[in-house]
Design a protein around this ligand. Structure first.
Ligand code: GDP
Length: 446
C-alpha cells in the first residue's frame, strides 16, 4: 500500500544513505524532495508545510550519532515525525472504543460509494468473530433505493442480524428502533449505517445531526475512500465540523492508494485513522498502526519491528546451538524445519521481505518467486519422516520416499527436491565453516 509515496521517498533517501557526509544543504535538499513527494501523494499543502517545518525543527540541533549514517538520521527524524502525526494520541482509542453500556451505538458516516455499507458489515463481522460480540446492523439510508436491502444481504452473508425493514420509516425513527431492539434483545453493539450522498449537502448534514442527537453515538466513524485524495480530506473536514467524528476508516488502500490522504486527514480533522479497508471481501479489514504505515510510507520498512519480532522468535540458545552445528557441518533436517518455522513466526517470507528497506521496488520483482506454499510443503515432508531420517537423511531409500510423499500428501519428486536442497545447504554451510571464525570475519560474513 501507499506505494507511490514510498517509492518516491525511497529514492530520495537512497541518495542520502549513499553519501558519507550530510551537509545542511543536503538536509534542505532532502526536505524539498520530501515535500514534493508528499504533495504528489496528495497530502494537503498546509499539512505538508507544517510537517516539513516540524521535521526541520527536529533536525536542527540534532547531532548525528556516531553509529548511524547522516542519511539514517534524517530517515529516523522524518519517520518519527510521521508516526507522531499519524498516531492516536492522549485519550484517543487506537481502535474502536467499546467502553460504554451496551448496546454501544456506532454511527457510520461518509459519502456514497466510499465503502460505508461494506465497512459496516466488515466491522460487525470482526466484532462478532474475534470478540464474540452480538451485533445488530441497521441501515438508515432511506434515500438510495435498495440501500437497506444491500445491508440485509450483507447481514445474511456474514450471519449478522439486521433490523427488519419498515418501508417509509424515517432515518431517526429507524435509529431509535435499532437502539430499542438492541436494548431489549441484549445486543452488545448497534451499527448504524447512515445515508450517503455523492457530495455533501445541507439536508444530509441536518439529517445526520438529528440522528446523532437521537442516539448519542459512542463512536462516529467516517468512512473515506483513500483513492479520492484531496476530496476525501475536504469531506473529512466537513463531517468533523458539522457532525463531529471520533475516527476514520480509510478504504480502498488495496488500490493505487495515496499515503498523503492518511497524513492530511489526520492533520486536518485532528482525529485518528482507526481502521483500513483492504479489499472488497468482508474480511479485508485491518487495524491502523501508525508506525507500520509510516514505515511503509517512507519505504524504509519497519526495521524496528523486524528486529523485535526476530528476537521474540529466536531463542538465543537455539541460535548458538545452530551456529555450533553449522560449524561442525551437522545441519540436519530438524534444523532446516526449525529455520522454516522461525520464518513463519516472523510473518513468513513475504512478511519479512515487506519489512526490509527499499523494498517497494524489489517486492514486485520477488512476487511469484518466493512461495509460502513451498515452506508449508517442506515442513509437511519433514514431519512425515522418522526422527532418525531427519537426523541422517542419507538413509532414506526409494520405498521410504514414496511413503513420506504419501504421508505428506505430495509427489515423490517434491521429497527429492527437498532432500537435494538440504544437501546443498549442508554442503555450503560446511564450506563456510571450514573458513573458520576468523575467515568469516575477514570476509565480512560474521
Ligand atoms: P457506500 O455507498 O459508501 O455504502 O459504499 P459500498 O459499501 O456500497 O461500497 C462501494 C463499492 O466499494 C463496493 O463495490 C465495495 O465492494 C467496494 N469497496 C468497499 N470497501 C473497499 C475496499 O476497502 N477496497 C476495495 N477494493 N473495494 C471496496
Amino acid at each position: 500500500m501507499f506505494e507511490k509515496l514510498s517509492e518516491r521517498l525511497g529514492g530520495v533517501l537512497d541518495k542520502l544513505t549513499k553519501r558519507g557526509q550530510l551537509s545542511e544543504a543536503d538536509v534542505d535538499e532532502a526536505l524539498r524532495e520530501v515535500r514534493v513527494a508528499l504533495l504528489e501523494a496528495d497530502a494537503a499543502l498546509p499539512v505538508v508545510k507544517d510537517f516539513i517545518t516540524a521535521v526541520r525543527a527536529e533536525a536542527v540541533g540534532e547531532k548525528v550519532t556516531k553509529s548511524v549514517t547522516p542519511g539514517q538520521m534524517v530517515i529516523k527524524i522524518v519517520h518519527d515525525e510521521l508516526v507522531k502525526v499519524l498516531k492516536a494520541q492522549g485519550n484517543e482509542a487506537p481502535g474502536l472504543d467499546l467502553t460504554h453500556t451496551p448496546p454501544v451505538p456506532i454511527l457510520m458516516l461518509g459519502l456514497q460509494g466510499s465503502g460505508k455499507t461494506t465497512s459496516t458489515a466488515k466491522i460487525s463481522r470482526r466484532f462478532a468473530e474475534k470478540q464474540g460480540k452480538k451485533v445488530l446492523m441497521a441501515s438508515l439510508d432511506t434515500r438510495r433505493p435498495a440501500a437497506q436491502q444491500q445491508l440485509a444481504i450483507l447481514g445474511e452473508q456474514t450471519g449478522i442480524k439486521t433490523l427488519p425493514i419498515i418501508p417509509g420509516e424515517p432515518p431517526v425513527a429507524i435509529a431509535k428502533r435499532a437502539m430499542n431492539t438492541g436494548r431489549l434483545e441484549g445486543y452488545d453493539i448497534v451499527m448504524l449505517d447512515t445515508a450517503g450522498r455523492l457530495a455533501i449537502d445541507d439536508e444530509l448534514m441536518a439529517e445526520l445531526a438529528e440522528v446523532r442527537d437521537a442516539v448519542k453515538p459512542h463512536e462516529s466513524l467516517l468512512v473515506a475512500d483513500a483513492m479520492t485524495g484531496q476530496d476525501a480530506v475536504n469531506t473529512a473536514k466537513h463531517f468533523q465540523d458539522k457532525i463531529g467524528i471520533t475516527g476514520i476508516m480509510l478504504t480502498r488502500i488495496d488500490g493505487d492508494a495515496r499515503g498523503g490522504a492518511a497524513l492530511s486527514m489526520r492533520a486536518v480533522t485532528g482525529k485518528p485513522i482507526k481502521l483500513l479497508g483492504t479489499g472488497e471481501k468482508l474480511d479485508a479489514i485491518e487495524d491502523f498502526h501508525a508506525d507500520r504505515v509510516a514505515g511503509r510510507i517512507l519505504g524504509m520498512g519497519d526495521i524496528v519491528s523486524l528486529v523485535e519480532r526476530a528476537m521474540e522468535a529466536t531463542e538465543q540458545e537455539e541460535a548458538e546451538k545452530l551456529a555450533l552445528k553449522m560449524q561442525k557441518g551437522q545441519f540436519d533436517l530438524n534444523d532446516l524445519a526449525q529455520q522454516m518455522k522461525q520464518l513463519q513466526k516472523m510473518g513468513g517470507i513475504g512478511g519479512i521481505i515487506g519489512m526490509l528497506p527499499g523494498i517497494g521496488k524489489m517486492q514486485k520483482q520477488l512476487e511469484g518467486k518466493v512461495d509460502e506454499k513451498v515452506v508449508k510443503r517442506s515442513l509437511a515432508i519433514i514431519s512425515a519422516m522418522t526422527p532418525k531420517e531427519r537426523r541422517v537423511p542419507d538413509i532414506i531409500k526409494a520405498s521410504r520416499k514414496t511413503r513420506i510423499a504419501k504421508g505428506a500428501g505430495v509427489q515423490v519428486q517434491d521429497v527429492n527436491k527437498l532432500l537435494k536442497q538440504h544437501q546443498e545447504m549442508a554442503r555450503m554451510m560446511k564450506q563456510v565453516s571450514k573458513m573458520g571464525q576468523k575467515g568469516l570475519m575477514r570476509h565480512g560474513m560474521a
